[in-house]
Design a protein around this ligand. Sequence first.
Ligand code: F6R
Length: 260
Amino acid sequence: MNVVTLPSTEAIAELAAKHYVEVLTAKPDAVLGFATGSSPLPTYNRLVELCDAGDVSFADARGFLLDEYAGLPKDHPQNYRTWLNEQFISKVNFQEGAVQGPEGDKDDPFAAAAKYEKALVDAGGVDFQILGIGTDGHIAFNEPGGSLSSLTHPQVLNEQTLVDNARFFDGDVNQVPKYSITQGLGTILRAKDIILIAQGEQKAEAIAAMVEGGVSVRWPASVLQFHNSVTVILDEAAASQLKEKDFYQYVWEREQELRA
Ligand code: F6R
């Protein structure tokens, strides 16, 4: 795991967006994995600017969402596909239908999950995945206590996640769907390359557990310790509980020199 701490949201977005440009320059038809939520949004905004300027193109790329609420109507503003489409997908030059997500509105969520897992396999897997992290350590919607090798599955959401996400539902925890369909931890581990972004004090405990704790279903993101290409991009607050933060920064800077 590479861990880098940056001084601002703009610097975080710039670094992550630069990585998209590198990925898409090397492989214009890359398969991209998208998280929703506040963590990747500045990066998506930066990518819109870069696309407008002709510095990156999504014309041949395909995309897969990480997860979707179950039971929300397709046109609900917090439906992840609707949200991502409005915030990002429709603002860059993806071809129509190039980005898909789990179908959260189906009567049989198990069948919908299996269908989505197959679609990911049929697409040849995700080349580059962007992730956020929940305050309880979830990635996608893999809550504490699941399997470290799970595939796409229906997931009951943790009370903490419902509380955290109530801000997107008029502050009303009762409006937050109780279930989702999510890529599993085993699915995410198959992505060839991963960036995880976290900002804010509220993420600090989960980040410390993910980077420096034991691998455990209590902190699902800790499974990323098994992946060989993960870059964790943090602000100072999210990095504040890391014991070896300065060493990670030193390693990051030396590696940039080696690659220059
Ligand atoms: C959403 C997802 C979640 C979020 C996490 C953090 O697709 O995968 O794991 O990344 O809940 O959300 P934010 O970024 O809103 O703090």
